[in-house]
Design a protein around this ligand. Structure first.
Ligand SMILES: Cc1ncc(COP(=O)(O)O)c(C=O)c1O
Length: 480
């Protein structure tokens, strides 16, 4: 007899994937500018740390918002004993207004529909429990966030079925791809209960356009299945086209069944507070709101956090400044990374959101296989000492794509990372034409004269080429 449950002994957490392996490599040898300058640089973590000075400034100016300061301690008892699963009314109001603001005030959110959860992680699982039974499936356009596998399937017993998207049309979600995935499930006698979209996308860093959202809404409505939109990166959009929420599309398609629409949100990315575990389920379905609220007892947001967030998000001046400054800084960082990559012939998907670039290393693969992708990835971890995440861990159907995060480090660390990448590519430039010659890279003592100053100059200089264009690269020239 098994001592433990199936959940306790299966691999549903997904900790054995390459996505998490990279984190382990970083953990055992983390880069530090002085203590460990040859350590691994963590570029596998989608965290938004670029605007913390603004938050810190606000916290200092608003001591009453924290119950552990002399100004705020009067509220300590009330906050400490409050444990209602509806949450503080001021928290729900502030979050609803914040979500509206991020969507350009083009939609309204009813605070009574805001349900708390432990991050988007908890929100996804709660929704899965509400919408599907073990064995049922959700369709998810791939590539998709690896955590979905854990969050939606591990404890619920549901399954995720990929909707295969291709680089040939920039991984666009088409009606045909949706229909194909749906039919495949039907042919296998799997009941599809919904479609999960992530807008803006992790790992692509792109926003879904109006047509794609409308088509997805029509598709789910036609099939009478749910549409879940994970909009956790909504305020990370730093360039046009603007973010369009499913809430807007719903407004424009009043004949659609609102009971099928659910939004997942969190403050982990837009504000950069993953440690606070503020997750939100916003459902247009009354029964889902009721059930999810009861289930939220398993993952409430601490009242202390709600109290702080309520004050912070009610400060319009702060929120407006934070949103515009954060987007500006993300845009600048994205430009530095994508330009730095394109300088050595590394292209990336044209993107305008998120905390990462979707980097195209297909030309560096020994062959068009996932084995080659993993081989290249190991080389990047072990030799270049950078943790990026391989496309396979995002269920990407084409080998050779990697996600590189850029907002979880300071400017100097980005420069070190880019310098290492430049060195790597330049050293491997002369290697065999069918991929990277590992031995040569490992053996070479060649010192690259690409100083920080020079790299700075390269990346700050106005470019004639698009930052996404690899054509100016010596690597590409050598290969074409
Ligand atoms: C698309 C997506 N959804 C959900 C999550 C989970 O976020 P949270 O920290 O709020 O649980 C992440 C985190 O990386 C994510 O990228």
């Amino acid at each position: 007899m098994e001592l433990l449950s199936k959940i306790a002994t299966n691999d549903g957490h997904g900790e054995n994937s390459a996505f998490f392996d990279g984190w382990k490599a970083y953990d055992s040898d983390p880069y530090h500018p002085t203590n460990n300058p040859n350590g691994v640089i963590q570029m596998g973590l989608a965290e938004n740390q670029l605007s913390f000075d603004l938050v810190q400034e606000w916290v200092k100016k608003n001591p009453k918002a924290s119950i552990c300061t002399s100004d705020g301690s009067n509220g300590f008892k009330d906050i400490a004993i409050f444990q209602d699963y509806h949450g503080l009314p001021e928290f729900r109001n502030a979050v609803a207004r914040f979500m509206e603001k991020v969507r350009g005030n083009r939609v309204r959110f009813d605070p009574a529909r805001i349900v708390m959860s432990g991050g988007a992680t908890g929100a996804q699982e709660t929704l899965a429990f509400c919408l599907a039974d073990p064995g049922d499936a959700l369709l998810v356009p791939a590539p998709y966030y690896p955590g979905n596998d854990r969050d939606l399937t591990w404890r619920t017993g549901i399954q995720l079925l990929p909707v295969i998207c291709h680089s040939s049309n920039d991984f666009k979600i088409t009606r045909q791809a949706l229909e194909t995935a749906y039919k495949k499930a039907q042919d296998s006698n799997i009941k599809v209960k919904g479609l999960l979209l992530n807008n803006p996308s992790n790992p692509l860093g792109t926003v879904l356009d109006r047509d794609t959202l409308t088509e997805s809404l029509k598709f789910t409505n036609d099939k009478k299945i749910h549409l879940i939109c994970d909009e956790i990166y909504s305020a990370t959009v730093f360039a046009r086209p603007n973010f369009i929420s499913i809430a807007e599309i719903l407004q424009e398609n009043a004949d659609c069944d609102r009971d099928l629409i659910h939004i997942v949100y969190s403050l982990s990315k837009d504000l950069g507070f993953p440690g606070f575990r503020v997750g939100i389920i916003y459902s247009y379905n009354d029964s889902v709101v009721n059930c999810a609220r009861k289930m939220s007892s398993f993952g409430l947001v601490s009242t202390q956090t709600q109290h702080l967030i309520a004050s912070m998000l009610s400060d319009d001046v702060f929120v407006d400044r934070f949103l515009s400054e954060s987007a500006k800084r993300l845009g600048q960082r994205h430009k530095i990374l994508s330009r730095g990559l394109s300088q050595v012939g590394i292209g990336s998907l044209k993107s305008n959101a998120g905390l990462y670039c979707w980097m195209d290393l297909r030309r560096l693969l020994k062959g068009p296989t996932f084995e080659s992708e993993i081989e290249l990835w190991r080389m990047i971890i072990n030799d270049v000492k950078i943790n990026v995440s391989p496309g396979a861990s995002f269920h990407c159907s084409e080998p050779g794509w990697f996600r590189v995060c850029f907002a979880n480090m300071d400017d100097e660390t980005v420069m070190v990372a880019l310098n290492r990448i430049h060195k790597f590519v330049i050293q491997t430039k002369g290697s065999s034409s069918d991929g990277i010659n590992r031995k040569q890279y490992g053996r070479s003592k060649l010192e690259i004269s690409l100083s920080f100053r020079r790299l700075d100059e390269i990346m700050m200089a106005p470019h004639k080429m698009s930052p996404h264009s690899p054509m100016s690269s010596p690597l590409v020239r050598a290969r074409t």
